[in-house]
Design a protein around this ligand. Sequence first.
Ligand code: PBG
Ligand code: ZN
Length: 330
Amino acid sequence: MSTGTTTRNLFARHRRTRSSAGMRRLVRETRLSADCFMYPLFVTHGRGVREPIAPMPGCFQMSADQLGQEAREIASLGIPAVLLFGIPSQKDPMGTGAYDDAGVVQEAVRAIKDAEHELVVATDVCLCEYTDHGHCGPLDYRGEVDNDVALELLARTAVSHARAGADLVAPSAMVDGQVAAIREALDSEGHAQTPIMAYAAKYASAFFGPFRVAAESAPKFGDRRGYQMDPPNVREAMREIAADVAEGADIVMVKPALPYLDIIAAARANFDHPIAAYNVSGEYAMVKAAAANGWIDERRATLEVLTAIRRAGADIVITYHAKDAARGLE
Ligand code: PBG
Ligand code: ZN
């Protein structure tokens, strides 16, 4: 046995299948396609609004009248779904704009479904964009989110979205029991066919910063650490996902994505439900800022990030990069 020869062959063996673009395509283990993408949209009140979001270059707050054209563009890129967030004209302690049948998201759903019926319209179900204090539910006398009242208002919000034509509702408040409450309300209001994508493992993350500018939803006092998850925990995330699955979640989400690839992988190993990962605003902003400075190659970095999230085990990637990434993926 000649060790020298063996070493040389082994060396070549790793390289043989990397020798050309075609060869690399053949042995690729993870494929990125626009099919996996869900594109978030920020819908605002008024007419003719297309306001750039400073910390999220390429993203805009848009009024409902802009959404038909936007939806057609998204669909033409092969992206199957959008996720809507609303910026109401007025905020109040109970977040009434969230469950108003004439609210911003409800109007946006109708506008998109009119223009592009096949596009899957998912809606974020939370109150933080609608409350004047910026928390994800109404507050009790101690200034903490009142779980029971929040459940009822979140259920009303989900039903209102479904009534407007939403195809999928996505509760993100991290209020205990929200999935069961929404499932029950949807079923009893004639929307048994509407699936729930639960923000199951949602961490109290610094990477939501740009989103809170975009959605004008930063808490006016305190933070969300009392209801969002503590970043060091992984086993707890499995318990959160199991609870949401037991309550009837059809799709479970891990959020953020890039600093939590291990959570996505653990979720993939433990659950057979479709898994969504939210490549959040701060992750997007980092890539955009570095690219704007000429410090990284934007296209390569974007595709590498999205591929990594898929490789970790996500079926669905919710990402602000969706339109850019989809261009040229086919
Ligand atoms: C609202 C919500 C947030 C995000 C999605 N839904 C922000 C938050 O919890 O403050 C963040 C998304 C992003 O950063 O892109 N509950
Ligand atoms: Zn919220």
